[in-house]
Design a protein around this ligand. Structure first.
Ligand SMILES: [Zn+2]
Length: 254
């Protein structure tokens, strides 16, 4: 097993012991989310969505006013369950918790704002993946011109406002753009991608799919104007994918 897998196994063992000892369900839940969030960063690398230490995944702790996020500036190879950072929904690090000596991701305030304002969201992901960020740089929504995108996003991927890092403004932009929207992804203008999901894995899937459709539709446009899909067909594809295809945990959060 790799170091990360070993630590993940340790985290799961810790959770199991906590559960067996009847310590608290919350401790077990925190351990599970730590392992999930640490492991999911490898998916951002695997799918080529990040460079250096850019990009981050967070996950809400079910049943608690807490979420887990990556530390700032730590190499992806060194991310483990125990150096993930536990925060309250205002984005404050929980003092004395594992990893609390590290600084949380510089995007923590944005993630916290989403969790506070979108109770249905269980995971948030941020990347600067190349093709999707190129659309964000143009301030152009990605049009829904392929069926796989209708399945996954139910329409276009919208553009959110230009916002400076460091306060609530990115979080406000994400919530304002995605509330009531089918898409689990938003292109923050001149910046990059934020995705939401029912849990951290679902938000990572949305980030992977966002880059995939951004690339495909960019390439399609090199040869001419993509053919639109009729709105009724998009509705039907989205409804089928969300309700019939796959497992209940997949798809839209709304
Ligand atoms: Zn960013």
């Amino acid at each position: 097993m790799s170091e990360i897998e070993t630590e993940a196994a340790a985290g799961i063992a810790e959770a199991t012991m906590a559960g067996r000892a009847g310590v608290t369900g919350e401790a077990a839940a925190v351990s599970r989310v730590r392992a999930d969030v640490a492991g999911l960063h490898a998916e951002l690398v695997r799918y080529g969505l990040i460079v250096w230490t850019a990009g981050n995944v967070s996950g809400r702790v079910p049943g608690a006013e807490l979420f887990v996020i990556k530390p700032s500036g730590v190499d992806y190879d060194e991310l483990t369950p125990m150096n993930m950072i536990l925060c309250d929904l205002d984005g404050n690090v929980v003092e004395g918790s594992a990893g609390s000596e590290l600084k949380p991701s510089s995007d923590t305030a944005a993630h916290a704002f989403v969790y506070r304002n979108m109770p249905e969201v269980g995971g948030v992901v941020h990347t600067h993946s190349t093709y999707a960020t190129a659309w964000a740089a143009r301030g152009e929504p990605i049009p829904c011109v392929i069926t796989g995108m209708a399945d996954e996003f139910g329409g276009e991927i919208p553009v959110g406002p230009f916002a400076i890092i460091g306060d609530d403004s990115i979080g406000r932009g994400i919530v304002a753009t995605l509330s009531g929207h089918r898409s689990r992804a938003v292109l923050m203008r001149s910046h990059g991608v934020f995705t939401i999901g029912r849990n951290a894995r679902d938000a990572v899937k949305a980030a992977v799919m966002t880059e995939d459709v951004a690339r495909t539709i960019h390439i399609a446009r090199q040869g001419g104007e993509p053919v639109p899909i009729a709105p009724e067909a998009i509705d039907a594809l989205f409804a089928r994918y969300q309700n019939i295809y796959g497992q209940p945990s997949e798809g839209a959060v709304h």
